[in-house]
Write a protein that binds this ligand. Sequence first.
Ligand code: AP5
Ligand code: MG
Length: 221
Amino acid sequence: MKAPGHIIFLGAPGVGKGTQAKIIAQRLLLPHVSTGDMLRASVTSGSEVGRRAHAVMESGALVGDDIILGIIAERLAHNDASGGVIFDGFPRTLVQAEGLDRLLDSAGKLGIKHVLHIVLADEEIISRLSGRRVCEKCGAIYHVNFHPSIREGLCDRCGGELRQRDDDRPEVLRRRLAVYKSETAPLVSYYLSKPGYAEIEGSGDTAAVSARIAAILGLEG
Ligand code: AP5
Ligand code: MG
């Protein structure tokens, strides 16, 4: 990446945003900012935000823009965000995209350098999400067939227990996909006309998708 700036991972549930955002965050030594992970942490801690978000997330709908923009404004104020962050699952509505532009639109703040839109067919999304397992301790992402842990049910990295996410149940999954199409897909036309937008084919294994992303970011290999 030639000049610093924020990177946005855009795409439907299950396309691999989290998997790829973690890899890029490690390579570029930038913070991985996943609103989904932050909300799940708030639910676990029982905070006010968590109490407000819990039922909404379980239903597959989107948490309110005001809550999300509040979380992001707070996160961007941390020192470690000054060189850019990797956004995963944010923004997700036009109100959030415009809110982010306002947050970044002041002197001395970095802008958005890349918007990486990962695309994948619905059947593949469903097969990826129905087999996903997540470490309850460190958040590492696995798949029972495509990326199994060495010891069944246990995280390779920290030994934590692997769980299925509550919102990966089939009925919630269908709602999340529908919500993506109605609320988040319109963001593609918002970013299409701006510099840095790229569509990435999400099929193939994790390494193949990472290589496509690395090529767009100008990274070696
Ligand atoms: P969030 O946590 O953001 O979920 P999501 O967008 O629905 O996306 P996922 O995390 O399900 O999928 P992913 O693209 O990260 O895929 P992953 O890498 O895990 O949001 C959850 C909820 O929080 C929302 O529904 C909403 O309620 C709320 N929320 C969050 N942000 C919000 C916002 N900004 N505004 C309002 N509400 C918000 O991969 C999936 C599986 O596939 C894994 O098992 C993985 O191992 C496997 N896999 C990945 N890549 C490959 C590959 N190349 N080949 C084979 N398998 C692969
Ligand atoms: Mg994710």
